[in-house]
Ligand binder design. Structure first.
Ligand code: NAD
Length: 477
């Protein structure tokens, strides 16, 4: 499959003509290519977006609603094809890709209605004045997304940017370019005017950095690794760009003895290994209260040993392929490091070659035990099917262990003790706390992390505020 850029409503190659190869993680084979875009392609995309901005930003919100809603419907009607493309491109099980396509259309539907309902505040100042806030679209904005949930996260950024009246230069990951390109066709069918959404494919170091450093692209919404986020912040800050950074995580899962253990264990298997552990919200450090530690450990081991690793397109597959050779090597290097740091490998700990897929990049779901809290394995993001498990005795002890990382994205807490749950939710240094659930999302809630997990929040009005400039108008009475 030959993916192209989508600029000013047209599909085109990179101006340089250079290509990047695209490999299928399930078998390691090259199966397509994408443009190796650079500064000149980003400039062309920017000019198209800039030209489209006056008309799009003045399009009545009801009209924007209709177009964004039509894109949502277009995603729904192409759900099977998109899911298949995503599974082949990314390595995730097909059933999971299908559920992510539901979320991709929800993103557009949700922000289509936000376009209709967004309103500004007014502040009456006791007999002296009345203030109101004008919110205008920013202009041309940049959206850069990662490979783990390709269309789900691409649409999570692009939809609010468009709903708020901006024009967009967007870049999906070079490892998963296909579904963003299919979305371009859906946008054409939905009559999104040319130039409103431009998709530039290519590497982060060239196309991505050209978006970030473009002097007239005024806001950057980025999801990806913490080091990339640091680099983006260092370029964008002196240019006074608005930035929203959704970065890495090293999320704790805390299981108290009083929890509904059956549910906690079942969900922990998912929260640890769904999408091969390649979800920023996956729990990678599991802390279990000592009285139930052995029981939880044995049940987890039983469930994880039974997980089927293999062909992403097979309906029984639970763990698919790792997205790239580069990432596969990184995850295996982390497992080797964990062993050096004293880990006992309770299960997994190695790559696997499913029958018929010997050249694919597969890693067995891995549970590590016996690691000291301060070792690198317990502090650094691995972003693969690897978790560590450890017992704890008190709330204070587990809080200290949970917070003992530079990351602060999400935490999952299992307990039936209401006051403990609320107390701990306050003290966990994360942007999201799930109590007795995982990945239960309401798109109105603020989404994002603290510490090195990011800057700013996405979701609901947070996203609409990010993608607009506020102006205070003060009228003396
Ligand atoms: P990455 O940082 O390597 O790449 C993300 C995107 O940024 C890609 O499109 C890439 O091409 C681009 N990019 C890379 N270097 C760039 C640069 N210098 N300038 C501009 N753009 C650049 O991340 P990844 O490996 O694709 O994704 C995995 C990471 O994403 C993990 O750390 C994961 O935790 C994080 N993530 C976070 C969230 C969240 O919501 N917090 C969600 C998903 C993934």
């Amino acid at each position: 499959m030959k993916v192209q850029n989508f600029i000013n409503g047209e599909f085109k190659p990179a101006i340089s003509g250079r290509l990047i190869e695209n490999r299928n993680p399930s078998n390691g084979q090259m199966y397509g290519s994408l443009p190796d875009s650079d500064k000149s392609d980003v400039e062309e995309a920017f000019l198209a977006a800039e030209a489209a901005f006056p008309a799009w930003s003045n399009t009545p919100s009801e009209e924007r609603f209709k177009i964004l809603n039509a894109i949502a419907e277009g995603i729904d009607s192409l759900r099977e094809e998109l899911a298949l493309a995503e599974s082949i491109d990314q390595g995730k099980p097909l059933w999971l890709a299908k559920s992510e396509m539901i979320r991709a259309s929800q993103n557009f539907r949700f922000f289509a209605t936000a376009a209709m309902q967004f309103s500004s505040e007014s502040h009456a100042s006791e007999n002296t004045s009345i203030n109101y806030t004008l919110r205008s679209p920013i202009g041309v904005v940049g959206c850069i997304s990662p490979w783990n949930l390709p269309l789900y996260l691409f649409t999570w950024k692009v939809a609010p940017a468009l709903a708020a009246g901006n024009c967009v230069v967007a870049k999906p990951s070079e490892f998963t370019p296909v579904t963003a390109s299919m979305l371009a066709n859906i946008c054409i069918a939905a009559k999104l005017p040319s130039g409103v959404l431009n998709i530039v494919q290519g590497l982060g170091s060239s196309a991505g950095e050209a978006i970030v450093s473009h002097p007239k692209i005024k806001a950057i919404s980025f999801t990806g690794g913490t080091d990339t986020g640091k680099n983006i912040a260092s370029i964008a800050a002196p240019m006074f760009k608005k930035i929203s950074l959704e970065l890495g995580g090293k999320n704790p899962t805390i299981i108290f003895a009083d929890s509904d253990l059956e549910k906690a264990i079942k969900t922990t298997v998912k929260s640890s290994f769904m999408n091969q552990g390649e979800i920023c919200l996956c729990g990678s450090r599991v802390f279990v209260e000592r009285p139930v530690y052995e029981r939880v450990k044995q049940s987890l081991l039983e469930a994880v040993n039974a997980m089927k690793v293999g062909d992403p397109l097979h309906e029984n597959t639970q763990v698919g392929a790792i997205v790239s050779k580069q990432h596969f090597d990184k995850v295996l290097a982390h497992i080797a490091l964990a062993k050096k740091e004293g880990a006992t490998v309770l299960c997994g700990g190695e790559s696997v070659e499913p029958e018929g897929f010997a050249l694919g990049w597969y890693i067995k779901p891995t549970i590590l035990e016996g690691l000291p809290p301060n070792c690198r394995t317990n502090k650094e993001e691995i972003f693969g099917p690897v978790i560590s498990i450890a017992p704890f005795d008190t709330e204070d002890e587990v809080l200290a262990m949970a917070n003992n990382t530079e990351y602060g994205l999400a935490a999952t807490l299992w307990t039936e003790n209401l006051s403990r749950a609320h107390k701990m939710a306050q003290q966990l240094e994360t942007g999201i706390v799930w109590i007795n659930c995982w990945l239960l999302r309401d798109l109105r809630t603020p989404f994002g992390g603290v510490k090195s997990s990011g800057l700013g929040r996405e979701g609901g009005w947070e996203a609409m505020r990010f993608f607009t400039e506020a102006k205070n108008v003060c009228v003396a009475l």
